[in-house]
Write a protein that binds this ligand. Structure first.
Ligand code: KG4
Ligand code: ZN
Length: 335
């Protein structure tokens, strides 16, 4: 089965073609066009600007993928239907609907968060076993959930305010590091001491699996104002350590309680090397039989390979939608 994946939920336009070769996923094409430089001028993503950029990029990218005029080699189309920014989502959704209707191909309404989870299935050498515990950390979401089988999720915990990526972005902004915050802050942290400042570990002892990052952001601001002499590198490293500690501790506690066979780390923040290292080494130390899975760095951020893989599993279950009625859903839920 060969799937065309389309993603336009935020500030990346992405198109991919994958195929399922006897159960092994083969990435045939993967194109990502980032709008980061444009949104950096505004300090964040502007939905209308994102939509305009998607319109300009998406059709040339489809052609660059080498897809035939009649789409005969494609078996199904998967498009991110939500969650995300409506003006941005609609560009990908309308293209997918049009292609599905003209080509007479089945259409999958993929969930962006499910896509992030499925990004780890691109690594054919080691795929997760069920039940898997998923830590999804992106710009808009921070969630822990159990994946009992393909498409079967149970929420375990989530953030009560800011998402982890959002916290990185906001702290980077208040430290004057620029946009997008996560990659710049983690790079800055490489030259700092993660134990220089004991920032709070929010919700560490809350007894549940929920997170909260907005108080940590405030703690950084207050500290910065009171200690202008402290280096930005030390603040960045200490902030990152606090986030990594909380994410690791909650995930490990959930492993203890739910005994999954695998742990999946995904979403944009999964690119963070300190988080990958902390989670994988703590897991290996305490639960060596539980396998750890994180996407290749190139698939940590938004891409269409992950949407096509999520679409492949939905397509195998004949979980299709009507191209005449599909609408982008900014609040689409996974659980
Ligand atoms: O999944 P994603 O690409 O887009 C959403 O679906 O939100 O995640 C983007 C988020 C941003 O907040 C970005 O700052 C963060 O992921 N991020 C990072 C790193 N790379 C990206 N956060 C921490 N460390 C990184 N290396
Ligand atoms: Zn994302």
């Amino acid at each position: 089965m060969r799937i065309l994946g389309i993603e336009s939920s935020c500030d990346e336009t992405a198109i991919a073609i994958i195929s399922d070769d006897g159960g092994e996923i083969v990435v045939e094409k993967s194109l990502v066009s980032s709008q980061i430089d444009i949104h950096a001028l505004y300090g964040g993503v502007v939905p209308e600007v994102a939509a305009r950029e998607h319109v300009s990029a998406i059709f040339p990218m489809l052609l660059e993928c080498g897809v035939s005029r009649d789409g005969h080699e494609i078996d199904a189309i998967a498009v991110t239907a939500g969650p995300g920014l409506v003006p941005a989502l609609r560009i990908g959704v309308e293209l997918a609907k049009t292609l599905a209707w003209i080509w007479k191909k089945p259409l999958v309404a993929a969930n962006h968060l499910e896509g992030h989870v499925y990004s780890v299935w691109s690594n054919t050498e080691s795929t997760p076993q069920f039940p898997a515990l998923c830590l999804l950390v992106s710009g808009g979401h921070t969630e822990l959930f159990l994946m009992h089988d393909h498409g079967k999720y149970e929420l375990v915990g989530m953030t009560r305010d800011d998402a982890a990526g959002e916290a990185f972005d906001k702290v980077a902004k208040l430290l004057g590091l620029g946009y997008p915050g996560g990659p710049i802050l983690s790079k800055t942290a490489l030259n700092g001491n993660p134990h220089a400042i004991e920032f709070p570990r929010p919700m560490h002892d809350s007894g549940d699996y929920d997170f909260s990052f907005s108080g940590l952001k405030t703690a950084v601001r207050v500290y910065r104002e009171a200690h202008p002499e402290t280096s930005v590198e030390d603040i960045a490293a200490s902030f990152q350590q606090a986030v990594v500690d909380v994410l690791t501790q909650k995930t490990i506690s959930a492993v203890k309680q739910f005994s999954p066979k695998s742990v999946i780390l995904s979403g944009g923040v999964s690119a963070n090397l300190a988080l990958r290292e902390s989670l994988s080494s703590t897991l290996a130390q305490h639960f060596p039989h539980v396998t750890f899975h994180a996407p290749n760095q190139s698939l940590s951020g938004d891409n269409a390979v992950m949407i096509a893989i999520a679409g492949l599993y939905r397509a195998k279950q004949q979980d299709f939608v009507d191209p005449l009625t599909l609408e982008a859903n900014p609040n689409m839920r996974l659980v």
